[in-house]
Design a protein around this ligand. Structure first.
Ligand code: SF4
Ligand code: SF4
Length: 328
């Protein structure tokens, strides 16, 4: 077990580098157990036929997607109704709120505010601590796919984009993923230099959240421009290449016990999961011959959206809790 963990530890560190923008690489060392399975799969026609059968009969239930959409809509509407009906249990918006008297502050917003004010604000640290623990337990970027209102709009825009690509009316343009890390640094430096939380004024997460509560404003045109860009130029561009919130929560996800687990044995490597994933670089391990161990936790940039779990025809991707399984 200990020697197996060495392969997983190396991959884990690799996945952190991948989150910051490095390209996923072929592994240099694979455990003997995983090598045996890779060898067995090569040229085993019965196995391929069996998996093809499983794929053809797989029912994509959208179970996790439906649950996620319900949670996301309810979470955002709670703020809206709370404001409309003056229910003082929950006050504020997604970026900063008060729940039964407890301050809840989005980690990225708190960071921006403290950089702009150039000192540590105790109230913010308390509010951020609560949110940090919550997202630490729940998976880090779980915030993105289960709560962020822009994620839902971007998912719908992505469907239009993929339809247009399928009809060969446009091609998807990939952008360098290191841009997101650069964007994080640029907005941190801007907050420090100007004394304003510049990112907050252009963050679609905050704009939509405030629009849902206080009513629409001109800032929604910026959100529309982002969606148009994603439909006609680059798939999920904001979340993939620009949003610093995603990176901040990705770092939280490094320490989170909740993740997606990949099992090599049943995987057919047809790659349906990578096609639906917002961050396919975290699923490089499903590419034939790449898995370094028989079971692998998916990296911290994963949003725990569950689309791959819904899509995988062989059940090789599942939600997992560290400590409840034998994995790292
Ligand atoms: S990356 Fe940003 S915009 Fe995208 S889902 Fe996460 S918080 Fe929302
Ligand atoms: S790996 Fe799966 S759960 Fe994670 S972001 Fe991709 S599709 Fe969603």
């Amino acid at each position: 077990m200990e020697y197996m963990n060495q392969f997983l530890k190396r991959r884990f560190l690799d996945q952190i580098a991948v989150m910051f923008g490095r390209e996923a690489k072929k592994p240099t060392a694979i455990s003997p157990e995983a090598q045996t399975i890779h060898l067995y799969k090569r040229g085993n026609r019965d196995l391929i036929a069996e998996k093809l059968h499983a794929r053809a009969h797989a029912v994509h239930a959208n179970k996790w997607r439906n649950r996620r959409w319900a949670v996301l809509i309810i979470a955002n509407l709670m703020f809206t109704f709370s404001f409309w009906f003056d229910i003082q249990i929950l006050e504020g918006a997604l970026t900063a709120s008060r729940f039964i008297g407890f301050h809840l502050i989005d980690l990225n917003s708190a960071l921006q505010v403290m950089l702009a004010h150039k000192h540590i604000i105790v109230n913010l640290v308390i509010g951020t601590g609560t949110v940090f623990v919550l997202w630490l337990i729940l998976g880090g970027r779980t915030f993105c796919s289960w709560v962020c209102p822009y994620h839902l709009l971007a998912e719908w825009a992505e469907k239009i984009h993929l339809d247009l690509v399928k009809k060969k009316l446009l091609t998807d343009q990939n952008i360098d993923r290191r841009l997101r890390t650069l964007s994080w640094i640029v907005f941190a430096v801007l907050a420090l230099a100007t004394g304003y939380t510049v990112f907050e004024s252009i963050s679609p997460t905050g704009i939509i959240s405030r629009a849902l509560i206080y009513g629409p404003g001109l800032a929604l045109l910026w959100v529309l421009a982002l969606l148009v860009f994603e439909i006609f130029f680059s798939r999920r561009a904001w979340c993939r290449y620009a949003c610093p919130i995603g990176l901040t929560y990705g770092v939280v996800g490094i320490f989170s016990p909740l993740r997606i687990k990949y099992t090599l044995d049943g995987c057919f490597h047809e790659g349906d999961c990578r096609k639906v994933c917002l961050v396919p670089h975290v699923l490089d391990t499903v590419i034939k011959g790449r898995a370094v161990a028989t079971e692998i936790p998916i990296g911290p940039d994963c949003t725990r959206c569950g689309l791959c779990v819904d899509t995988c025809p062989t059940g090789s991707l599942k939600f997992d809790v560290k400590g409840l399984s034998k994995l790292l």
